[in-house]
Design a protein around this ligand. Structure first.
Ligand code: 5IU
Length: 262
């Protein structure tokens, strides 16, 4: 049976990645396949947003390098909020350098991403060495990698069949560290991975810089992805993050139930 037709609970028992397993368990417990993309500028904004939306999400996606006043206390507090509300953390770092360099970028520097982020992601532009370099740092800490097999933007160069297929090939080869993909759809039934999709919105169709939005129904029910990643639709101008997080949580979960019954 294709694993996308199994429910999240059944998959949590079978999937090999420990972080994907924990994430699927949280999704079932909280009835949430919503990740909030917290693209805010300050420590206080990030912590406030995480505390507000925390009850409704399974995963908080960060861009830690945009935080003006980043310090080590921020990740301590974020980790506490993740425990309080039971969500996981995904630093959307999009590594893209050679293995030797990403090893340092992931494990060291100011941000020490591997020390606090359950998931991170990379482009496979440099080839297999980037996965090997990240794995050296992340695997001993029990972290998981997501491969950027597709992007949501209108003219992304990642969305070519050959490039996407190479992502799948490398994920299968490194399934001890690769937990899943960033993609608009499920890419393989050969082995189970977790799929996360940005570019999701119920109202706007896109932004002025090439972003495109599709509905939770399209992404979860029809494309068989697992997690919707939603940013500005939740905390943008005039939005109430609690109301919008609840709305997207509901929409994402209904789309999942529709997939199971289809
Ligand atoms: N993001 C995308 N598209 C992608 C990838 C990542 O939008 O293909 I990979 C990120 C960028 C931003 C979030 O952090 O997901 C989407 O935010 P909005 O919902 O505000 O567009």
């Amino acid at each position: 049976m294709a694993s996308s037709s199994l429910d999240y609970l059944e998959r949590s028992k079978r999937i090999s990645s420990p972080v994907a397993k924990e994430l699927l368990q949280i999704m079932v417990e909280k009835q949430s396949n919503l990740s909030v993309a917290a693209d805010v500028k300050t420590k206080q904004e990030l912590l406030e947003l995480a505390d507000q939306v925390g009850p409704y999400i399974c995963l908080l996606k960060t861009h830690i390098d945009v935080i003006l006043d980043f310090d080590a206390d921020l990740v301590d507090q974020l980790t506490k909020l993740a425990e309080k509300h039971r969500f996981m953390i995904f630093e959307d770092r999009k590594f893209a350098d050679i293995g030797n360099t990403v090893r340092m970028q992931y494990g060291a520097g100011i941000y020490r991403i591997a020390s606090w982020s359950h998931f991170t992601n990379c482009h496979i532009i440099p080839g297999e060495g980037i996965i090997q370099g990240l794995k050296e740092v992340g695997a001993p800490l029990g972290r998981g990698l997501l491969l950027l097999a597709e992007m949501s933007t209108v003219d992304s160069l990642a969305n070519t069949p050959q490039y996407t297929a190479k992502n799948v090939e490398l994920a299968l080869k490194h399934s001890d560290f690769v937990a899943g993909f960033i993609a608009s759809r499920r890419l393989t039934d050969e082995s189970d991975f977790i799929y996360m999709t940005p570019g999701v919105g119920l109202d706007a169709k896109g932004d002025a810089l090439g972003q495109q939005y599709r509905s939770p129904t399209q992404i979860i029910t029809h494309n068989r992805s697992d997690i919707i990643i939603v940013g500005r639709a939740i905390y943008g101008p005039g939005k109430d993050p609690v109301v919008e997080a609840q709305r997207y949580q509901r929409a994402g979960w209904e789309a999942y139930l529709a997939r199971l019954s289809s």
